[in-house]
Ligand binder design. Sequence first.
Ligand SMILES: [Mg+2]
Length: 359
Amino acid sequence: MSFSALTARRVCVVEVEADGLTGIGESWINYPNWAAEERVATVLQGAAPIVLGSDVSDPSVVQERLIAQLRGLGRQWGAPGPIWQAISGIDLALWDLAAKRAGLPAHELLDGDTNRTSLPAYASGVGPTDVQALCELAMERGLRAVKAKVGFGRDADENTLKTIRSVCGMTTRIFADANQAWTLDEAIELTRLMSDYGVEWLEEPIDGNRLNELEALYAATGMPLAAGENNYGEDQFVGLVKSPAIHHIQPDPAKSGGLTMAQTAATAARNSTNVSPHWYGAAIGLAAAVHLGAANTSVDWIELDVRNNPLRSDLPAHGWVLNDGAITVPQTPGLLGELNADVVAQYQTKEVERRKNAE
Ligand SMILES: [Mg+2]
């Protein structure tokens, strides 16, 4: 990313047991390197006591309770992200649990407006390294769109875009993500470069992600903008939906408040704004994004990281199906069925093992 290298993949898997069933959720911990230790503490010490022993049949009711009791703590801690991400892990586990109890795939429980069986996916994570190989991989997998990682200086960014165009051809659609690398003035200048290569939307271009600056960039360039992976709470997503600059909102089911908040954001966006769920984590978050898309016409693309990540590809007991550039919606009860226990054991951290042994 433009702000820091991601040198390892991590996931905090959250399990909630009730009625002899186990719901499995994901809390996002890509950054920082020590997020796993923090998240285990926030989930077990902060969130779990609010949930344990209570009626968890309606995830949205539980989420309301979690938000009411934890949001103020997160504000004063200066850590709204970890709080929302912990809530997300529990929320996804509860949706998985509710769907397993109902014997239905999770999307059938969402308050959406459609029922789709597959969603178009775009290749994410392309640049600034390995661009040619990742583009070739995306084309081999039949993907029709690629998102460039930009914000590494004009020459590196242009090289990424040029390579994408030359490997993927003129019919492949290109998006770009700057991870808040630029000032407003830099963004105005570099957005022209993006336009030259046919970039259709630009994600988080400006440092600080302030809506007034994003609107100024849109007014100056007309480039459709995307945001949401670092926004928390319903009011922020509604604010993005109302802004003329934001053409794509990007709730992340493992960051933004689980499927409950992603569905709330998708409902707010219905008939006005595209929903392109952010996802750069493990298999459970990806499954949740796909279920959101299965139930909501406003979801236009599923983000599919094409770099090697066994937490995406090997963690589910049943693998992903990609067909003609589209990802097949899982139809097993829950979010994605069960995890592959051998893969979990292979990657589980020593800290979790130590806790298990101490029990
Ligand atoms: Mg992004």
